[in-house]
Design a binder for this molecule. Structure first.
Ligand code: DP6
Length: 332
């Protein structure tokens, strides 16, 4: 028998950032984080377990993969097997992102969330959302947050079992929208995994961590009260703090580009002028402008007056990971 399942998971944008691990192998983060899944931006992954073959394969966006991408997937499958020993040994993995790789939207969260759910389901195993979140975390920290639906908190925890993400509000709780302003489509030179490893080399990481629990509390309360003003202040501060750590790490990581800074400054100005919009940036130069749905046309109108913008994408709060299809087929 060949067991197969297809899962879909959304990308997410962090409002309170994950940056730095206490345990790199288990991806136990230095701090808890908070994010929103992004509707319409997803990875769909099919896992076909087949022990009649003696190696794993990966096809990503219709391109067969060898090297680093395949190694990371195989490592994840091996990790999953440590916790779920009944998983078969070899798989064909076929994965597609519905957003371009260079669009400034991190694909590791949606990829490893979809891979985790598809791998487990293809083996006909059902696990709790919490367990799936811990397992997805082993592949990519932010993937733990793409398992549950809507607005999500990842508890840093003390060990593998206690470091998981859960929903704090459903997608329709607040009509926040992420307007992703693409200013660069080149692939980043230093990825998040390397970045996490150097976070402690910055003198500022300790300072960032000192009040992060408080920022998360303020952010969560602002979200639950739909208080845009407090929300804006705290997410911009948290993003700036993470980038300050990045810029002062050894070697330094500069993700901002002149256009990123120009947009951040404009967003601040627009807010002072009464337009309810704020910003946050992940490990890249593209700016995520956050506002409520009714303000989207005005924010886009303003953004279009600026130069150096390559593309604009709009996403509202999305669901958690789910199974699209699951089958058992006879290999003969
Ligand atoms: C800046 O989850 O991509 O987007 O665990 O090494 O895969 P790995 O890192 P990743 O790091 C995300 C960093 C961030 C902030 C965030 O999403 O919280």
């Amino acid at each position: 028998m060949i067991h197969t399942a297809t899962a879909r998971a959304h990308a997410n944008i962090a409002f309170i950032k994950y940056w730095g691990n206490r345990d790199e192998e288990l991806r136990l983060p230095e701090n808890s984080s908070l994010s929103m899944n992004l509707d319409g931006l997803y990875t769909e992954t099919t896992v076909i377990w087949n022990d009649a073959q003696k190696e794993n394969s990966l096809v990503l966006n219709n391109q067969p993969q060898l090297g680093q991408a395949l190694e990371r997937v195989v490592k994840h499958l091996d990790n999953l097997r440590k916790y779920v020993p009944s998983l078969p040994n070899y798989a064909n993995v076929i994965s597609t992102n519905n957003f371009p790789m260079g669009a400034g939207i991190a694909s590791s969260a949606s990829s490893f969330a979809a891979l985790t759910l598809a791998s487990i389901s293809a083996a006909n195993i059902t696990l709790s959302e919490r367990t799936l979140s811990t397992l997805a975390r082993l592949g990519s920290g932010s993937a733990s947050r793409s398992i549950p639906t809507g607005f999500v908190e990842w508890h840093r925890g003390d060990d593998h079992e206690s470091s998981y993400a859960e929903t704090i509000a459903s997608p329709d709780y607040w009509d926040l929208v992420d307007i992703i302003v693409v200013v660069s489509d080149s692939h980043k030179k230093v990825g998040s995994t390397e970045g996490h490893q150097s976070a402690r080399t910055s003198d500022l990481q300790e300072g960032r961590l000192k009040h992060v629990d408080n920022r998360l509390k303020i952010c969560k309360e602002a979200l639950l009260n739909r208080d845009f003003e407090s929300f804006s202040e705290v997410i911009e501060e948290d993003s700036n703090l993470m980038h300050s750590v990045m810029m002062t790490s050894r070697p330094p990581l500069f993700y901002w580009q002149p256009a990123s800074v120009a947009i951040m400054q404009q967003v601040k100005q627009w807010r002072q002028d009464g337009l309810r919009v704020c910003y946050t940036l992940d490990a890249g130069p593209n700016v995520h402008c956050i506002c409520v749905r009714k303000d989207v046309p005005e924010v886009i109108k303003q953004l279009k007056t600026l130069s150096a913008i390559l593309d604009i994408r709009v996403a509202s709060a999305g669901s958690g990971a789910y199974i699209v299809q699951s089958d058992e087929v006879n290999s003969q």
